[in-house]
Design a protein. Structure first.
Length: 309
């Protein structure tokens, strides 16, 4: 099945849940910035949770479907596109993303999944390396994607209970495990309100606001970093590393965001604010386990709505 890109949007890429096992070679994990939204979008149309989907950023695309299909859009909310439920698109029909209402990134899945070749075990787009996804780049007007035709039968007259969703909002509280250099910054990270800079990207969210002053002044040896690591460069304005983060960093590490709150970070648009609160490794593990239980319950509930051909 062909899906034509009538209008590409600001930055629309093919993403999955990332490629694992290549950090030692300097290859980022990548994948969806909001993995919860991508997983649920796939479940809603009967796909495997890690099937390739489209990540839509700030300004959405317009897509035309050559054949009838079921799609789902989760994450950020846009005018004209129902969220968190299956949507039926007829042959020749279009999905048009209107004005953004809330959030930063939405995920559009299609029953059967988008048909792209794996690179190093992942199908997501790594923009900095020009690999994966659709020709290693963001979509452009006139591109034609291929999707795997699906004969599954769905009912579109339902949606999921939004109480299971992350606490999305324009000023979330993100829980942080103190990092290796937290003691050099006192509690400043947890006392301030930070605003998302327009310079933010899939590599990292740059935060404006109160500058964090480091007590020490010695140089640091570059060490491993990962999505969620919060670094403090010399100007004192924190950077929260995101899905396409580099694998090594030399800036002080003041903390690491709990993985359960990655969706909240992913949905921060420029101008949104964020606050941080302290948590522990044990609490972060418990929160992640609780989220997995909610997704498992969603999986069971949705399974009854998706019928094989």
């Amino acid at each position: 099945m062909e899906v034509s890109v009538v209008r590409s949007g600001m930055q629309t890429t093919v993403q999955d849940l990332g490629r694992r096992g290549h950090l030692a070679e300097g290859v980022p994990v990548g994948g969806a910035a909001d993995p919860f939204a991508l997983r649920v979008a796939n479940l809603l149309v009967g796909n495997a949770e890690d099937a390739p989907a489209l990540e839509v950023t700030l300004i959405g695309p317009e897509l035309e479907f050559a054949e009838a299909a079921w799609v789902a859009v989760c994450g950020a909310r846009f005018e004209g596109v129902p969220a968190w439920r299956p949507i039926r698109v007829e042959a020749g029909g279009r999905v048009r993303f209107g004005a953004r209402l809330q959030g930063c990134r939405a995920y559009l899945s299609v029953a059967g999944g988008f048909d792209v070749e794996p690179v190093l075990g992942g199908r997501g787009t790594l923009l900095a390396a020009g690999m994966g996804g659709f020709q290693g780049r963001a979509l452009r007007d006139g591109d034609v994607l291929r999707a795997v035709a699906s004969e599954r039968r769905l009912s579109g007259h339902w949606s999921i209970d939004e109480r299971v969703l992350p606490r999305y909002g324009p000023e979330p509280a993100v829980r942080v495990i103190p990092g290796a250099h937290a003691g050099e910054f006192g509690g400043a990270l947890y006392a301030g309100r930070f605003v998302v800079s327009a310079k933010s990207s899939r590599m990292g969210i740059r935060l404006d606001g109160p500058a964090l002053a480091r007590a020490g002044s010695g140089d640091l040896v570059s060490t491993a970093v990962a999505p969620g690591t919060i670094q403090v460069p010399p100007d004192g304005h924190p950077i929260v590393l995101m899905a396409d983060a580099q694998t090594l960093g030399g800036y002080p590490r003041v903390g690491h965001a709990a993985s359960v709150d990655f969706p909240l970070l992913a949905q921060l648009a420029p101008g949104d604010a964020v606050r941080f609160s302290r948590t522990t490794v044990g609490e972060a593990h418990a929160l992640a386990a609780a989220q997995e239980r909610r997704i498992a319950l969603l999986h069971q509930g949705i399974a009854g709505k998706v019928r094989p051909p």
